[in-house]
Design a protein around this ligand. Structure first.
Ligand code: ATP
Ligand code: MG
Length: 403
């Protein structure tokens, strides 16, 4: 069991709160990650001090979720969330407590947390505060709801997806009663916003123990989010898991692999529903659409594909093809790198000839300009050494005269 090594500033915040007569601990994900020997993403502090008191102690703070008791303390340009011990009131809509109230009891604060592994507090001199045996569960690699799991999922249905996400991130199993409660209450996920579902699914897809993602469809929780995706995974899930196991930690590639069997229009619809930003949506849909494409066979075809899709997207596509079993694709990635290093021209931006140059030949503004530039680009994609202004000028003249 590793003792958390607190960064100096976290130590300082706890100390200052203590000196002002308040309790303060690090809590949640950072304690769990320290115990596991993983680098914590951020350091959350829980305290008996009320938000106004926290604000009075530190010179640089701002309100984050003041209604939930969270104040952000800024020290040396780093943000630390300091949250007052709280109990959540009754929940409405399976997600939001109607009201929260502050408490002076650490145990009560830990009781509202989702899983035992996330309900451990630690103080540099007082040590661990572990009322629900979270350490034991971490040792057993086990995700267990704090208290009655069914009740906890009814309060906030997002916790079900969090359980599976943590299972994939940490390689933990979901404890039996917690899992049964999840299966029983899976339909409640319908109350959760698409943004939150997207966020959890994304973290899950980027997890290290991707084989555990089968719990998504085994529990049929996935079917409550998207029945077509549930069906796809029942059919192809195992092979997709194998592909994801070899895949880079690239969100677009991973979503693309997940949805590889879908029509582009269906992918678009799902990603839109999940509130993907337009750019990522376009790129993932693009990757799925590119899958049936034949691989470029020579340098000209590679430069053409680089021009059409961009070098980065082409490489992502090729990585996907390689993961789907096309060995040739890896060689083409190397070739793309080589062409990039060589500085071959493959797109209009690199062409030593621009719209104004075409207009200088007497071509009026309009689609003709694009057509001529497209022709010149193709010439250069065939033969990169032709990317010389004077040469391109003569090609452009010739092209115009032919018309
Ligand atoms: P991550 O590594 O993804 O940040 P985390 O455990 O830190 O994991 P956060 O979402 O940052 O997760 O939440 C911080 C802590 O707040 C959790 O460890 C848990 O104690 C508590 N918590 C977060 N979400 C919930 C929830 N939906 N229900 C109950 N407790 C929660
Ligand atoms: Mg966190």
């Amino acid at each position: 069991m590793k003792q958390p090594m607190l960064p100096k500033d976290v130590f300082l915040i706890i100390n200052q709160l203590n000196e002002a007569g308040h309790e303060a601990y690090i809590v949640g994900g950072c304690v769990r990650d320290c115990i596991l020997g993983r680098e914590p993403k951020d350091w959350d502090i829980t305290t008996s001090a009320e938000p106004e008191e926290v604000k009075g102690i530190f010179s640089h703070t701002f309100d984050t979720g003041i209604q939930h008791g969270t104040v952000t303390v800024v020290l040396h340009k780093t943000n630390y969330e300091v949250t007052t011990y709280r109990v959540d009131g009754d929940y409405e809509d399976c997600r939001h407590p109607k009201e929260v109230s502050f408490t002076k009891s650490l145990k009560e604060d830990l009781l509202r947390r989702d899983f035992t592994m996330n309900a451990i507090a630690y103080h540099p001199s007082l040590g661990f505060q572990d009322f629900f045996h979270g350490m034991e569960d971490i040792e057993k690699k086990c995700i267990r709801g704090v208290g009655d799991a069914a009740k906890r999922f009814q309060e906030d249905a997002l916790r079900m997806l969090r359980a599976l996400r943590f299972s994939v991130q940490l390689g933990f199993t979901v404890e039996e009663a917690t899992y049964s409660a999840l299966v029983e209450h899976k339909a409640l996920i319908g109350n959760i916003s698409a943004e939150r579902i997207h966020e959890e699914l994304h973290k899950l897809l980027m997890g290290n123990y991707i084989q555990n993602m089968r719990l998504l469809w085994e529990s049929e929780l996935l079917g409550e989010i998207s029945m077509p995706l549930q069906k796809t995974m029942e059919g192809y899930g195992e092979s997709i898991i194998t592909q994801l196991q070899g895949a880079p930690f690239d969100g677009e590639i991973r979503w693309g692999l997940l949805l590889q069997h879908w029509k582009a229009s269906a992918v678009k619809e799902l990603l839109k529903y999940l509130k993907f930003d337009t750019n990522t949506l376009r790129r993932v849909v693009g990757l799925v659409e590119m899958l049936p494409m034949a691989l470029p066979r020579n340098e000209y075809e590679i430069r053409k594909a680089m021009g059409k899709f961009g070098a980065e997207m082409l490489c992502k596509h090729l990585e996907m093809k390689a993961l789907l079993g096309d060995k040739e694709a890896l060689k083409i990635i190397e070739k793309v790198q080589e062409l990039l290093e060589r500085g071959d021209c493959y797109c209009l931006k690199q062409l030593n000839f621009c719209g104004e140059d075409v207009m200088a030949l007497g071509v009026p503004k309009g689609p003709k300009i694009g057509e001529i530039l497209g022709y010149l680009l193709d010439v250069v994609q065939q033969n990169p050494s032709a990317n010389e202004k004077a040469l391109l000028l003569s090609y452009a003249r010739e092209y115009c005269e032919k018309e």
